[in-house]
Design a protein around this ligand. Structure first.
Ligand code: OGA
Ligand code: MN
Length: 274
């Protein structure tokens, strides 16, 4: 019988665990089902000191799900705010605000793997909040209020966080990206429910605009209270994986020219969101 070498250290009561294991165990996939389970329960996990490169990152990702190949090269996409490193740096500046990945796609990503290649001397921590826990703790009146509400998500909306005074050309450019309407409450196949908010959340369908903005801000404030948040203090080589269907995340500000570089691999969503 193969024994699996896996130690799980919870970092806060509601979100985040460190998993200690060896590279062989990860590459073999024999712990994959366990890791997926921990990921769903804890929202985010990290591995320290694995000393891996891109190929091993993608190989680990493959044991956990289906690697999305349409961004980056060979399953690796470079996260940097420096336009000479990533042409879409302007869009990536939206990552400094609470969001989940793939909010504009029919199947939001299942999970994201992020590995620290180079760090910024200042800032650049990554924060994540548990949107299952935040939903579970909502007062019953709020659960009732939002049960059937739907929100329009747009790339344009998230760009107002990056550039508050966009030019006409910029507005028109971002408006070309298709919008996506989805519920505030995601009822998963498992029956568990999580909140869907974030920087792309533009307005609640059929609600007066002031009321809609106030509600979205109130729910985000709720979901990002300290008891739902884990802040990752990076070390070079750390591999962080979040359950993108039950968390939101953001990077804390760091200088664009700091050299901070993360290598990202995305696992395809397995549950549609309509
Ligand atoms: C992302 C993202 C946050 C960070 O890669 O999707 O939001 O800390 N990254 O770089
Ligand atoms: Mn992101």
């Amino acid at each position: 019988m193969t024994t699996t070498n896996l130690e799980v250290i919870d970092l806060t009561p509601r979100i985040g665990s460190e998993i200690r294991t060896d590279l062989d165990t990860l590459l073999s996939g024999r712990a994959a089902a366990t890791i997926r389970e921990i990921l769903e329960q804890r929202g985010v996990v990290f591995f320290r000191g694995l000393d891996i490169g891109d190929e091993q990152q993608v190989a680990i990702a493959r044991t956990l799900g289906t690697v999305v190949q349409n961004e980056g090269e060979n399953g690796i996409y470079k996260i940097s705010l420096d336009e000479t490193v990533n042409q879409r740096a302007q869009y990536l500046k939206g990552s400094l605000f609470w969001h989940f990945d793939g909010s504009l796609q029919p199947y939001p990503n299942l999970a994201t793997l992020l590995r620290a290649v180079r760090l910024s001397p200042t800032g650049g921590q990554t924060e994540l909040c548990n949107t299952y826990a935040a939903y579970e703790d909502l007062p019953p009146a709020d659960k009732e209020l939002i049960a059937d509400l739907r929100v329009v998500h747009s790339a344009e909306r998230s760009q107002y966080y990056v550039t508050p005074e966009m030019s006409y050309e910029e507005v028109v450019f971002w408006q070309k990206s298709p919008t996506k309407t989805c519920p505030i409450v995601w009822t998963h196949r498992s029956g568990r429910k999580s909140l869907l908010l974030g920087a792309t959340a533009d307005y609640v369908v059929g609600m007066p605009v002031e009321q809609s903005r106030a509600l979205l801000a109130r729910l985000r404030d709720w979901a990002t209270q300290p008891q739902y948040v884990y802040r990752h203090e990076w070390q070079v080589g750390d591999l962080l994986i979040w359950d993108n269907t039950g968390t939101m995340h953001r990077a804390l500000p760091y200088p664009e020219d700091s050299g901070r570089l993360m290598h990202r691999t995305i696992l395809a969503g397995e549950e549609p969101l309509e």
